[in-house]
Design a binder for this molecule. Structure first.
Ligand SMILES: Nc1ncnc2c1ncn2[C@@H]1O[C@H](COP(=O)(O)OP(=O)(O)O)[C@@H](O)[C@H]1O
Ligand SMILES: O=P(O)(O)OC[C@H]1O[C@H](OP(=O)(O)OP(=O)(O)O)[C@H](O)[C@@H]1O
Length: 195
């Protein structure tokens, strides 16, 4: 079942940080950016997703479950948000609200297709849209090696999916160059919004 969220040591009345969705096409660097931001600011937390992906796939830290386990979690109303993409099911446990307590923000990797729903579910919701060229995406997905060539092609075909209209707080980060440069851009966005 779901591991309890790390709620830190926030006491009663602790401020609640924003939910910061990190979105963009497969291979653009969402997980890399989230890791870099969290290392630089320990009060910035990352939400662990529940995914019907094999446990040995590697990459991000996620809670692997079977399709049957995922369906049971949906039925038990465990998720604040859940969706399907790339032949997988993804869920964000309602525990994300505990993670927000005392945090400067909670980073979460979301599908572009659920952003309007997420904006309804979470108060103080922001979107960091990560971009890079199609050539860069192709090279990074091949180098990452988590998916086979056919799945890489399917992911590239979805790359140009547009963000929905109606999002209130969207910020773009270009990760075409060095990851460190993208981290600096995202830190500036997060800090400006905090001020
Ligand atoms: N700025 C960058 N420069 C070079 N490689 C990068 C950069 N950002 C991410 N990567 C690499 O590209 C691949 C995809 O990054 P990842 O964070 O898994 O993307 P996403 O979560 O958006 O699919 C990984 O192998 C990662 O190490
Ligand atoms: O609707 P989209 O915006 O295209 O996103 C579809 C899915 O792709 C990403 O998943 P995942 O992190 O497993 O894949 P990635 O690391 O290759 O982006 C993202 O988190 C969504 O779950």
């Amino acid at each position: 079942m779901i591991a309890p969220a790390d709620t830190g040591c926030a006491g009663p009345g602790a401020a609640r940080g924003p939910v910061i969705a990190v979105v963009g096409p497969s291979g653009v660097g969402k997980d890399s950016l989230m890791s870099g931001l969290a290392v630089a600011d320990p009060r910035l937390r990352s939400m662990r997703r529940v995914i019907t992906r094999a446990p040995e796939a590697g990459g991000e830290d996620y809670q692997p479950v079977s399709e049957a386990e995922f369906a049971a979690l949906v039925a038990a109303d465990v998720f604040a948000l859940h969706w399907q993409a790339h032949g997988l099911h993804y869920g964000i446990p309602r525990d994300i609200e505990k993670l927000r307590l005392g945090a400067s923000g909670v980073l979460v990797n979301l599908s572009r297709a659920v952003l309007l729903q997420a904006q309804e579910v979470f108060d103080d919701f922001r979107v960091i849209s990560v971009t890079a060229s199609a050539e860069v995406l192709a090279a990074r997905l091949s180098a990452r090696g988590r998916e086979d060539a056919a799945e890489v092609q399917r992911r590239l075909a979805r790359a140009s999916l547009a963000l929905p209209e109606g999002l209130q707080q969207v910020y773009e980060v270009d990760n075409s160059g060095a990851l460190s440069a993208a981290i600096v851009q995202a830190q500036a966005i997060i800090q400006a919004e905090r001020a």
